[in-house]
Write a protein of this length. Structure first.
Length: 611
């Protein structure tokens, strides 16, 4: 397999902060690489350097000739006033394709992404469907290497599973991609190589061929070996130090190389010790009031609707110490609204529900985490964000200086005057977690607390939530966290219906058993919310258009295959190695396209005949 991208001795710093130094990374055909690492280690910056969007301080990025890269950023940029299809067509303006070909490409990708109406204005899409559209745009140009920065952010669980299918090859997936993600299930299912950027490693990164589970095993083995190496060097250094402390007469009898070797040993020990200390973890521990009340909050038959949509009805929830509930459903189904209702009930003694009743125990302390991060002022310094009232905070009845408090969340002293807006998304998430940790709570309401957190922080957050003795209501698309932390799932199944499930897999199985219905369309986030009355077994508008054009597209490609096969028999082509290779490559690519179209035709045929 040939190398598509070759990163040689890359280094990058921002001011005094060194992100990475002298690292090497090669992306070959068929590599499906997941990049992980602590917040602030330079993962997103590395992707931008590879795609030519940012300059490295030193080193170089070599691309295979004619290799095409496509970059998916964390934030999307669309013309909200234009339709879904118009936005995608605009991204193809530089491509040398007929207008009909461009339209067919857009039609196919939107069909695969399960968009119902290509004429819907982008401004009416939810965050999850905007992310799907951004992924479609990145895939549209058929890149040799797809580079993605946190592609699962804003996707609900069904969206994440759709993306896994797109990347796996089961739906005409990609051969080669490079992505940053903190979703452990996603990494497990999609990658065949995992790379961690971290100063804990001698080369600045650690690579393992295999899935995420294999990476964890190899990494733990390496780090354990590095700790043993520190102990071995420390013992040797102690013996050498004892020798050096002897009198001058004793040292004079020793070879000079012994003294020089002791100096080199000391430097090596300091280097290993420094790397081992770099693996510090965020110290997350939520404070509870210690309240023993059996029922902290009881919601009975609560309902909530908006004029264009019913969110949920008949919801019963009881929160007691030790209760850990996960809310699960498609984007826009009402999870965050329910969280706001619970927070309002605990804060004001009443809730903005259409019907039903919520009773809250006296003086219940509730702390909530909102996913939109509006509570952070990007203009203030990190010092003020962590300690709003001075240079210290009160935590668990003790006064802590802001430097010590910052250290618990892996912030360095020299970062304290940095504006919050200049910090990474994961660092901003840690600020919000620091804020809610300062407040004792009986009930924790956490709405997407995992967004942008690195995997080490996710592990600590998970342990802290398991240790929290109060009640927890959690909204997250992190399947690993749901499985580990929540003992029950309140699942939103569409059209205002909710039900209790043992885990996310049970909810997903029920959702998967349902065919495309009007409820599915309401959950798409397009803002239409109207029933189409489409009967089971009928194709959607986009599927129908794609199906009708499939035979013609296959015929044209098969005709091209015949032309190329005849061309390869011509004497002037056979005698020219370069032309022969180009012709063969085009023939293989065209045959692959024909095969994919036949597979897609079978999928649409099965969908049309289902039910």
């Amino acid at each position: 397999m040939s190398n598509l991208v070759n990163c040689q001795s890359l280094s990058k710093s921002f001011g005094a902060q060194v992100l990475f130094n002298d690292i090497n990374l090669v992306v070959s055909e068929g590599d499906r690489i997941g990049i992980v690492g602590p917040n602030g280690s330079g993962k997103s910056t590395l992707l931008k350097i590879i795609c030519g969007l940012e300059e490295q301080d030193s080193g170089e990025v070599l691309l295979k000739k004619h290799a095409r890269l496509s970059y998916l950023a964390q934030a999307d940029l669309f013309d909200d006033s234009r339709s879904i299809s118009e936005n995608l067509l605009a991204s193809l303006h530089a491509e040398e394709l007929e207008e009909s070909e461009k339209f067919n490409l857009v039609l196919t990708i939107l069909s695969r992404a399960e968009f119902e109406d290509p004429e819907t204005p982008v401004g009416r899409l939810s965050g999850g469907w905007r992310k799907r559209l951004a992924i479609c745009r990145a895939l549209l140009v058929a890149p040799d290497v797809l580079v993605m920065d946190e592609p699962t952010n804003h996707l609900d669980i069904e969206g994440i599973l759709w993306l896994e299918k797109m990347l796996s090859g089961r739906s005409g997936g990609l051969e080669t991609f490079l992505l940053v993600s903190h979703d452990r299930h996603f990494l497990e299912n999609c990658t065949n190589r995992v790379v961690e950027l971290s100063s804990v490693y001698p080369e600045g990164l650690f690579q393992v061929k295999g899935n995420y589970s294999r990476f964890l095993q190899e990494r733990d083995h390496f780090l354990a070996g590095q700790l043993r190496e520190e102990e071995r060097l420390s013992n040797r250094m102690r013996r050498e130090t004892e020798w050096l402390r002897r009198g001058p007469k004793a040292r004079a009898t020793k070879a000079r190389y012994r003294i020089d070797e002791a100096g080199r040993l000391q430097e090596k020990l300091a280097d290993v010790r420094s790397r081992n200390r770099a693996s510090s973890q965020v110290q997350i521990q939520f404070e509870t009031t210690g309240r023993k009340t059996r029922k902290l909050l009881v919601a009975t038959a609560i309902c909530k609707s908006f004029p264009e949509k019913k969110l949920f009805s008949g919801v019963d929830i009881t929160l007691s110490p030790g209760t850990r509930i996960g809310l699960l459903g498609r984007n826009g189904c009402g999870k965050s609204t329910l969280m706001q209702i619970l927070a309002g009930a605990a804060g004001r003694g009443q809730a903005a529900v259409d019907s039903g009743e919520i009773k809250v125990a006296d003086n219940v302390q509730l702390v909530s985490f909102e996913q939109d991060r509006r509570g952070i002022d990007p203009g203030i310094s990190l010092r003020r964000a962590l300690a709003p009232d001075g240079d210290s905070i009160v935590y668990r009845g003790r006064s802590l200086h802001v430097v010590s408090w910052a250290g618990k969340f892996l912030f360095r002293t020299d970062q304290l005057e940095t504006p919050v807006g200049q910090l990474s998304g994961g660092e901003q998430a840690r600020i919000l977690i620091a804020d809610i940790m300062r407040r004792p709570a009986d009930i924790l309401l956490l709405d997407e607390p995992t967004n942008d957190l690195d995997i080490a922080s996710l592990d600590v957050l998970e342990s802290s939530l398991l240790d929290f003795p109060g009640a927890l209501v959690l909204v997250t698309h992190d399947r690993f966290l749901l499985d580990r932390v929540c003992d029950s799932i309140l699942g939103f199944t569409g059209n205002g219906r909710v039900a209790w499930y043992a885990d996310y897999s049970q909810w997903l199985a029920e959702m998967s058993s349902c065919k495309k219905t009007p409820e599915k369309k309401q959950g798409s986030g397009t803002g239409r919310g109207q029933s189409t009355g489409r009967k089971k077994g009928r194709l959607s508008y986009l599927h129908e258009r794609e199906y009708d054009q499939m035979e013609d597209r296959i015929t044209k490609l098969e005709e091209r295959v015949e032309v190329l096969e005849q061309k390869m028999t011509l004497p002037d082509i056979v005698s020219d190695a370069v032309q022969l290779a180009e012709c063969w490559q085009e023939l293989e690519t065209t045959r692959d396209e024909v095969e994919k179209l036949y597979n897609r035709w079978d999928e649409l045929e099965a969908l049309k005949n289902s039910g």
